[in-house]
Design a protein around this ligand. Sequence first.
Ligand code: NIG
Ligand code: FE
Length: 384
Amino acid sequence: MPAGTSTVLTGIGELTTWAPDRPVLADAALVVEAGHVAWVGPRAEVPAADTAYDVGGRAVVPGFVDSHSHLVFAGERSAEFTARMAGEAYAAGGIRTTVRATRAATDEQLTSHVARLVAEMRRQGTTTVEIKSGYGLTVADEARSLAVAAQFTDETTFLGAHVVPEGSTPEEYVALVTGPMLAAAAPHARWVDAFCERGAFDADQARAVLAAGADAGLRGRLHANQLGPGPGVRLACELGLVAVDHCTYLDDADVSALRDSGTIATLLPGVEFSTRQPYPDARSLLDAGVRVAIASDCNPGSCFTSSVPFCLALAVREMGMTPTEALHAATAMGAAALGREDVGHLGVGARADLAVLDAPGHAHLAYRPGVPLVAETWVAGRPA
Ligand code: NIG
Ligand code: FE
């Protein structure tokens, strides 16, 4: 690791910054000072820096911003996956299996499990991750899930409204989520989320959860239209939420609402891979003027991948995105889906979060699926 107050990364074969004038530069250099990008431009014009690090012609991209994950859990559900691959349908009820395992785990077990998954993400180029609760579903278990998540990220999301737990009626449980559970969760959370889907929470219940969360100072996001058509996407747009996630089953009114509201559609193609559902039509969304993000949804039920590069490959192969659109969706748009401007790009002033690829260009992320191309991940100007 080069030490010093400023570091120049030079010999960058292809540098993706997303700066409006030159989003992708060939034969470039980048200067880091105090953890932030201080200069980007052609290698021939690079200013002096305290230390230099030659990346040897490899590509550098912004670190991935994974705006949707459920990392706080115990146990695993590979038997469900195996059954799905043999023809079973995905069912949200499987969430309760993970709830039982999570409640039985110690704080230390949960923390070390999240640490392992975050490290897995880092190795694959993710530098910002959102982490949800949602496998505790009691006041104490939701609060401790968020306290664990907050050790790893500022982007913590209270998802008490994941499913109605065994032994509660929906009415009782929504009252708990919007009352004592929210009060215990809010000090550890930035966001509030609900699973608005048949078999989970309806639009009125999701609206009540988001409204109570807003009163407690939490910004809203929503799981919607994952397992079938429904009112969730339009609710998110009506409320002006920054993002609505899954968006697998959309009709024309949903697409118009997304376009008109500017609410980001966060697509999670690892879920369709792991549940054998149809992929969302990213191409049509982009062509309609909808803002699209890509995230992993890493969770033990519907999609147990921590790999954004894998999701990018799916987005390109299965959802009609170009490699550049897919990378933009998992960096700049992931950041936008978290209301962040300091990450997701490598323009001057951004946090120097980046991935060095063992590849000459970012298209290789989709072109070489399954290959560990992320050679180095840097967070705030340092190898992580
Ligand atoms: O985002 N949709 C709801 N929640 C997760 C799946 C949770 C689970 O199956 O454990 C998701 O897909
Ligand atoms: Fe999810």
